[in-house]
Design a protein around this ligand. Structure first.
Ligand code: ZN
Length: 292
């Protein structure tokens, strides 16, 4: 999604910790500064009162299973991803957001006593091929894979978020174009060898779980941040191909939309998105009984 090198001369607000863009009085931003729906996963389930007190372990605690969550900030290094208004570069926002999600998921897990581990496919501005990202998740034995991206469109009014899971066929022509953009111009290769076929079998096995994960994530973001979701879709994304675990790709918004791109430069908005995505992750973990 780097075909539009818009506003490259504008310094990105993500290169400094202090936002110096002249938008501080924007009413939308003021609204966002108000605390909103901070997540309380499973409010009906009290957190352990004192984790130091030894108690008889429950069946789930005794397994000592640690849920492994692999977060994948899209693009990086020579691959900027989408470039848009307000100096936004997709690779920077996806990394910022992934780091916030990691912190938030770890914080929820700590409060609730969930055994959970989070890793990022990249922690800085480096280029990592898509297949390498998949390999990292598989080798680590991740239980969930979440790829974070920002969308762009030649139509400035296009806005909203989408959640995708892998399928050989795109659900619609727009998804097919997006899958191509997000897959370094290459869709998953033909099933030409045994390894590829085996990987496909595993992928198929996880398709239903991935679809459920995508639904949970879509609901979580819709409830907590945005009502303008464009739905759960499926498509042949290379970064999801071959993953041995439920895997989704979230396009959190359009860098080409005037207001949405502005919001995506704001710390408070990214924090809300991170909270909602974190809740989606935890909720799916609880659903699959790997947590709680
Ligand atoms: Zn992308």
């Amino acid at each position: 999604m780097s075909e539009r090198g818009v506003a490259k001369e504008i310094p990105s607000p993500f290169e400094t910790s202090t936002d110096r863009t002249p938008h501080h009085t924007d009413p939308v931003q003021n609204q966002l500064m108000n605390p909103v729906n901070m997540i309380s996963v499973r409010p009906d389930q009290p957190a352990p009162s004192d984790s130091k007190i030894k108690t008889v372990p429950t069946a789930s605690q005794s397994t000592q299973y640690r849920l492994k969550v692999m977060l994948d900030p899209g693009h990086g290094g020579k691959d900027d991803g989408a470039a848009g208004r307000h100096g936004i570069r997709e690779k920077q926002v996806s990394l910022l957001l992934a780091k916030k999600i990691k912190r938030e998921v770890e914080s929820i897990a700590k409060k609730q006593g969930y055994p959970l581990e989070v890793q990022l496919t990249r922690e800085n501005d480096t280029f990592i091929p898509l297949k390498e990202r998949v390999r990292m998740a598989n080798n680590w034995g991740a239980d969930m894979f979440v790829s974070i991206h920002l969308n762009s469109s030649p139509v400035p009014k296009a806005r909203g978020f989408e959640v995708y899971f892998l399928s050989p066929e795109a659900s619609d022509p727009e998804t097919e174009r997006l899958a191509l953009k997000e897959s370094e111009g290459q869709l998953p290769s033909e099933k030409s060898d045994v390894l590829s076929i085996l990987s496909d079998v595993r992928t198929t096995f996880h398709t239903n779980e991935s679809a459920q994960f995508a639904e949970d994530m879509f609901t979580s973001i819709s409830k907590r941040v945005l009502s303008n979701g464009r739905g759960v879709r499926q498509g042949p994304f290379t970064v999801l191909h071959g993953t041995n675990m439920p895997a989704i790709l979230v396009e959190v918004g359009y860098v080409t939309h005037p207001q949405e791109s502005f919001l995506l430069t704001k710390e408070a908005y990214l924090k809300r998105l991170a909270s909602a995505i974190s809740s989606g992750i935890i909720e799916f973990g609880l659903r699959t009984r790997k947590l709680g």
